[in-house]
Design a protein around this ligand. Structure first.
Ligand code: CU
Length: 150
């Protein structure tokens, strides 16, 4: 009986704590986008991202190019709840975790970040762009959709 009570208490009290303590948190659906390409094309790959409400996402943003690029979307930030952004070093190890509302980030050549968020409200054709001088005009523009039942 003591064992049963212990197991019960473990489930009720300890699980939520260990859940929160997991190094990578709840399981996220992974989506990847590249800012620029290794051969120097001025574009996002893919150019369109679609997220579903009710799903927890990990958006991996890579810069495989030799240039600095921005991942900027003012509208996107108003439709999601950001849990955290993790900044990776060259070996893919997290070197910084950033919290709070985020709408703009610059990625140096060869870097990656992981953006963990929940889509909160539907959005259609939310503008994604790179505001490095001249990049948007050369094609660094895309869009983001957030879908789900109303
Ligand atoms: Cu750019």
């Amino acid at each position: 009986m003591k064992n049963l009570i212990f197991i019960f208490l473990s489930l009720v009290l300890i699980s939520p704590l260990s859940y929160a303590d997991k190094p990578h948190g709840p399981k996220a659906t992974e989506v990847t986008i590249n800012v620029g390409t290794s051969d120097g094309a001025m574009k996002f790959v893919p150019e369109t991202l679609t997220f579903e409400r009710g799903t927890y996402y990990k958006l991996v943003i890579n810069n495989p190019s030799a240039d600095e690029h921005y991942f900027t979307s003012d509208a996107f930030a108003t439709h999601i709840f950001t849990r955290k952004v993790e900044v990776m070093d060259a070996n893919g190890k997290t070197v910084a975790e950033i919290h709070g509302a985020i709408n703009d980030m610059e990625l140096k050549p060869g870097t990656s970040v992981e953006w963990f968020f929940f889509p909160m409200t539907n959005g259609n054709n939310l503008k994604l762009f790179c505001h490095k001088k001249g990049h948007e005009e050369q094609g660094m523009v895309g869009n983001i959709n957030i879908v789900g039942d109303l």
